[in-house]
Design a binder for this molecule. Structure first.
Ligand code: PHE
Length: 372
């Protein structure tokens, strides 16, 4: 908008409803300031306050307009009215600051009378999530094997009898089934059989992988397993295992030992010793359990809580894949051999971090979980 330097009429005059040149009197300024102050006192929020400021003190506000209009007056008038107008301007500015503070303080007071809002409290840092200790250890275990050329696959937790047992050389009615306290799915097929269960170990994936692939095979299988079991410090009714399987031409027990030895060193330290003893699992022959020398007492045993005086800690079952298992998936056991192993993830974490009760993992106590 064009503003003439000496406005005697036009927008300014219309704004104020007066003719600046002829009607600008001390009284008018007083009235203007008076009504501005009165209006201001009635305002109760910062937005209204700002509108008020713009309308009186803004670039095209009413008082600003008066001040600009002064130049149209003669000298004497200009002095008198000019100083009045400047005083008014200062007064309005002060009142504006005052009222702004009042409204801000009122808001604070209001919030401090609310019992659930303390303005003096520091802000709450957002809660950072983290991975469950089981997830961390499972990933660490898998990473150790991935570094040795293994791939990672996963399988179903609700499994068929066929894979959990039969394909693994554990026929129906065989006493070896008692090694796994099984949670059966309440479902019968037409033959009156109960073919479904919650997998008791990750071994069924041995058969599933071999059924769908040809050698060479090197996989690890992390996953949740279930057992119908009373819980205690070392038993949970659900837990994680990591299965391993390597099948190829010419794989020997030496490959099994070398691979698992390397794993033990990666997980528990360069200086670890390992021990293999005969053990029985229907799907391997020969079968072993593998122990590491106790990292807490360096194998001394005496009075050690971790290894219970023995100097050794069992960490997994393993063995050479049973020829019958190879046959079942259609591999020629004369051509192919392999090794398999299975370890309990929580047990590894318990050993590594000195956790004394497996039930801590799934009790959902934040004080436990926050430590990892
Ligand atoms: N699946 C066995 C268990 O849960 C462990 C195992 C896996 C043993 C592979 C030998 C070979 O007890």
């Amino acid at each position: 908008m064009h503003v003439s330097r000496r406005p005697t009429s036009g927008p300014y005059a219309i704004d104020l409803g007066i003719d600046l040149l002829n009607e600008l009197t001390p009284q008018i300024i007083e009235e203007l300031a008076g009504s501005a102050v009165e209006e201001l006192a009635a305002l109760d929020n910062l937005e209204a306050l700002d509108t008020w400021r713009v309308s009186y003190l803004g670039r095209r506000g009413r008082l600003t307009t008066v001040l600009r209009g002064l130049s149209a007056l003669d000298l004497e008038q200009r002095r008198e009215i000019g100083s009045l107008a400047n005083q008014a301007k200062q007064q309005l500015e002060e009142k504006f600051t005052e009222r702004t503070d009042e409204i801000k303080n009122a808001a604070l007071e209001l919030s401090s009378t609310r019992s659930d809002f303390d303005v003096t409290l520091p802000g709450r840092p957002p809660a950072g999530g983290r991975l469950h200790p089981t997830t961390q250890i499972v990933r660490e275990i898998c990473a150790a094997f991935v570094g040795m050329g293994f791939g990672v696959v996963e399988g179903p937790e609700v499994e068929l009898d066929r894979y959990n047992f039969e394909m693994l050389n554990i026929p129906k009615g065989h006493p070896a089934r008692d090694m796994w306290n099984t949670l059966w799915i309440d479902y019968q097929n037409e033959d009156g059989e109960q073919p479904m269960l919650l997998r008791t170990h990750t071994s069924p994936m041995q058969a599933r992988v071999m059924e769908t692939r040809q050698p060479p095979i090197r996989v690890v299988v992390p996953g949740k397993c279930y057992r119908y079991e009373a819980t205690d410090a070392t038993h949970e009714w659900h837990f994680f295992q990591v299965e391993g399987l390597a099948v190829d031409e010419g794989i020997t027990f030496a490959n099994l030992k070398g691979t698992l030895y390397e794993f033990a060193r990666r997980m528990f330290g360069e200086e670890r010793q390992v021990r293999f003893r005969c053990d029985y699992f229907p799907f391997v022959e020969p079968g072993v359990d593998m122990s590491i020398d106790c990292f807490a007492c360096d194998g001394n045993g005496q009075g050690c809580r971790i290894c219970r005086d023995s100097g050794w800690i069992e960490i997994m079952g393993a063995g050479m894949v049973h020829p019958k298992v190879l046959e079942r998936v259609g591999y020629d056991p004369q051509k192919y051999t392999g090794f398999a192993f299975g370890l309990g993830a929580e047990r590894i974490a318990m050993l590594k971090y000195g956790i004394d009760d497996i039930r801590h993992f799934y009790a959902n106590d934040i004080r436990f979980l926050q430590q990892f």
